[in-house]
Design a protein around this ligand. Structure first.
Ligand SMILES: NC(=O)c1ccc[n+]([C@@H]2O[C@H](COP(=O)([O-])OP(=O)(O)OC[C@H]3O[C@@H](n4cnc5c(N)ncnc54)[C@H](OP(=O)(O)O)[C@@H]3O)[C@@H](O)[C@H]2O)c1
Length: 316
C-alpha cells in the first residue's frame, strides 16, 4: 500500500471509530423515557431478599438509586468515602441500608471495602458502579490520570473481588454507570501507550467513561456462560454535584433531576424484562447507540489486560 492510500484509509478508520453503532435489535424496548423517574420504572417491583451494592451512595444519582432500591425492598450496601457520609446518607432514607467506606483512589480501601462486603456472606443481585468524578485539570494517582483511576480502575478491582458473589446470585447484574460523553474520548480511544493523561487530560472524563463502557462489554463476554450480566448506561445530563469543580459555563442546559437521572440505573439494575440482556448500552431506559470505540472488542480485551496488570497487587 502506498503512503497516500495508507493515510486515506487511516483517516477513514478514524472517522469510522467516531460513528455511532446501533443497539442490538433483540434488546427489549420500554415505554419509559427521558422524563421517567426511578420510582416510576420500579413501580410494582418487589426487591425483598435482593442485595444491591451502590458506589457513591451519598450524592446525586447514587443516593437516589439507593433510596429507590431500598424503597422497593432491597438491602442496599451503599459506599461513601467516609463512614460519616455513608451513615448520613443511609440515615436519610427508609428501608434496609448498610454504609461501607470506599475511596477509589486508594486501592487498599477498595480491597477493604470488598472484604467488608464479602464478610456479609450475601450474594449480590445488583452491583452498581456509580461513583465518579469530572476534573477540570490534570491530576494523577501514582502516575495515572485520576479520572481513569477513580471511574475505572478502582471499580475494576472492586468488581473483580466481588464477582463470584454476583455470579452466585439468582440473576446477578453488574451495572456500569457510563456516559454519552464516552464519544468525546481522545482519538484512538483508550490511551494505552500513555495513561499519565499529560496529552489528553482535557478529554480525561470521556476517556474514563469509554473505559466504563469497554469494561462492561468485556465483562459481559466473560459472564456469557453464567446467569449474571453486565450492562452499561448513560444517565443523561443530571443536576448533581459532579460539576462542582467546573466553571458554570460547563453545565449543560435542561438537566434531568436526580430522580430522572437514577431511572435508567434502576431500570437496568432491577427490571425483569432485562433478565437475559448482557453487554448492552442504555440511555433513557432504552437501548442506545454508542461509539464504535465502545463496541471495539479488541480494545475491550486490551483494557482488561492492561487493567489487570495495573491493579495486580490488589486483585487477589
Ligand atoms: N450528573 C451527570 O450529568 C452525569 C452524566 C453522565 C454520567 N454521570 C455519571 O453518573 C455517576 C454519578 O455521578 P453524579 O452525577 O451522581 O455525581 P455526584 O453527585 O458528584 O456523585 C458522585 C459520587 O461519587 C463519589 N466519589 C467521587 N470520588 C470518589 C472517590 N475517589 N472514591 C469513592 N467515591 C467517590 C462521590 O463522593 P463525594 O460526595 O464524597 O465526593 C459521590 O458519592 C458518575 O459515574 C458520573 O460519571 C453523571
Amino acid at each position: 500500500m502506498d503512503r497516500r492510500t495508507f493515510i486515506h484509509q487511516a483517516a477513514l478508520a478514524g472517522i469510522a471509530a467516531q460513528l455511532p453503532c446501533s443497539a442490538n435489535a433483540d434488546t427489549p424496548h420500554s415505554q419509559f423515557n427521558r422524563n421517567s423517574t426511578a420510582e416510576q420504572v420500579t413501580a410494582g417491583l418487589n426487591l425483598a431478599g435482593k442485595t444491591a451494592v451502590v458506589t457513591g451512595c451519598n450524592s446525586g444519582i447514587g443516593f437516589e438509586t439507593m433510596r429507590v432500591l431500598a424503597l422497593r425492598g432491597a438491602h442496599v450496601i451503599g459506599t461513601a468515602r467516609t463512614l460519616d457520609k455513608g451513615k448520613e446518607a443511609c440515615g436519610k432514607i427508609s428501608g434496609k441500608t448498610t454504609p461501607v467506606v470506599l475511596e477509589l483512589t486508594d486501592f487498599d480501601s477498595v480491597v477493604a471495602c470488598a472484604n467488608t462486603i464479602r464478610n456479609m456472606n450475601v450474594s449480590i443481585d445488583m452491583l452498581i458502579l456509580n461513583a465518579g468524578i469530572i476534573l477540570d485539570d490534570w491530576q494523577q494517582v501514582n502516575g495515572i490520570e485520576k479520572q481513569f483511576v477513580v471511574n475505572h480502575l478502582g471499580h475494576f478491582i472492586l468488581t473483580q473481588r466481588l464477582l463470584d458473589r454476583v455470579i452466585s446470585a439468582e440473576q446477578g447484574r453488574v451495572v456500569v454507570v457510563g456516559s454519552g460523553n464516552h464519544r468525546d474520548a481522545p482519538q484512538g480511544g483508550i490511551q494505552f501507550n500513555d495513561l499519565s493523561g499529560r496529552n489528553w487530560y482535557r478529554r480525561g472524563y470521556a476517556h474514563s467513561k469509554l473505559a466504563n463502557g469497554l469494561y462492561s462489554l468485556e465483562l459481559s463476554q466473560r459472564l456469557s456462560k453464567t446467569r449474571a450480566t453486565s450492562n452499561c448506561l448513560s444517565p443523561g445530563p443530571v443536576d448533581t454535584n459532579i460539576r462542582r469543580d467546573l466553571p458554570a459555563s460547563a453545565t449543560p442546559a435542561n438537566l434531568k433531576s436526580p430522580a430522572q437521572g437514577a431511572a435508567t440505573v434502576c431500570y437496568v439494575a432491577a427490571h425483569p424484562t432485562l433478565k437475559q440482556v448482557n453487554g448492552e448500552y442504555f440511555s433513557d431506559c432504552n437501548p442506545a447507540p454508542q461509539s464504535a470505540h465502545q463496541t471495539d472488542r479488541a480494545m475491550s480485551a486490551k483494557l482488561w489486560q492492561v487493567s489487570t496488570e495495573l491493579t495486580r497487587h490488589h486483585l487477589t
